[in-house]
Design a binder for this molecule. Structure first.
Ligand code: SIN
Ligand code: FE2
Length: 220
């Protein structure tokens, strides 16, 4: 678990409610945890409602897991591939998320869901809002591992400020994320659209040719 105040460089305020904690997560210890979780609930490419196969491979841990299929997006207590509950969320993961949230002004963050995403070069995630969670007063905590990726967020406070020219005022802000970086978004940024640009090729000594992302939520 990262000790409070021991991340490598100062937090960066990206927009109101969204904060980057550079190098806050201990990639090495998470590697072992994630390997074990993926043996229990293997990564899979889920289908969207329209029958499109997602380029990002996913699994989950925690009481609830995010799933997508022909019926749409939702949280489920059962892994539909295995028919049994998702693996429990290891303490090292939940305490990392809790500490990152606390440093960003969100006390008592107790995630019940952790989505595990694996991107290989060419994979991407289109702009979306995280809107399947019941309690939106709670933030999202997102951890990046492995090769670098370009995340983006649409600054919707700008959009809301200039209602007459909605399209013109939508501003995509790029955020370059490296191994160990943590992004916390809540409050004014909780419902901002965000996504990940097509992953460029690269190699990381621990994670290989991949970028992993852990997304912690209070879903239920
Ligand atoms: C997500 O929005 O679920 C993932 C974001 C990321 O991979 O950084
Ligand atoms: Fe998301």
């Amino acid at each position: 678990m990262a000790e409070l105040g021991q991340f490598w460089s100062d937090p960066v305020e990206i927009i109101d409610g969204m904060r980057l904690l550079p190098g806050f997560a201990d990639s090495q210890s998470l590697f072992t945890e994630i390997q074990a979780l993926c043996l229990q609930s293997p990564l899979r490419h889920m289908q969207t409602m329209r029958g499109y196969t997602m380029s990002v491979a996913m699994t989950n841990c925690g009481d609830l897991g995010w799933v997508s299929d022909k019926q749409g997006y939702r949280y489920s207590a059962i892994d539909p591939e295995s028919g049994v509950p998702w693996p429990a969320m290891p303490m090292a993961l939940s305490s990392l998320a809790h500490d990152a949230a606390q440093l960003s002004g969100f006390d008592n963050f107790k995630p019940d869901a952790c989505l595990i995403n694996r991107y290989v070069p060419g994979a991407q995630m289109g702009a979306h809002q995280d809107r399947n969670e019941r309690d939106r007063t709670q933030p999202i905590v997102s951890v990046s591992l492995g090769i670098p990726a370009r995340f983006f967020v649409m600054n919707e406070s700008v959009q809301a400020g200039i209602r007459d020219s909605v399209q013109a005022s939508k501003k995509s802000i790029p955020v370059d994320l490296s191994d160990g970086d943590v992004v916390v978004f809540g409050g004014a940024a909780r419902m901002c659209s965000h996504g990940v640009r097509k992953l460029k090729s690269g190699y990381h000594p621990l994670w290989g040719e991949a970028r992993w992302n852990l997304t912690f939520r209070c879903a239920g």
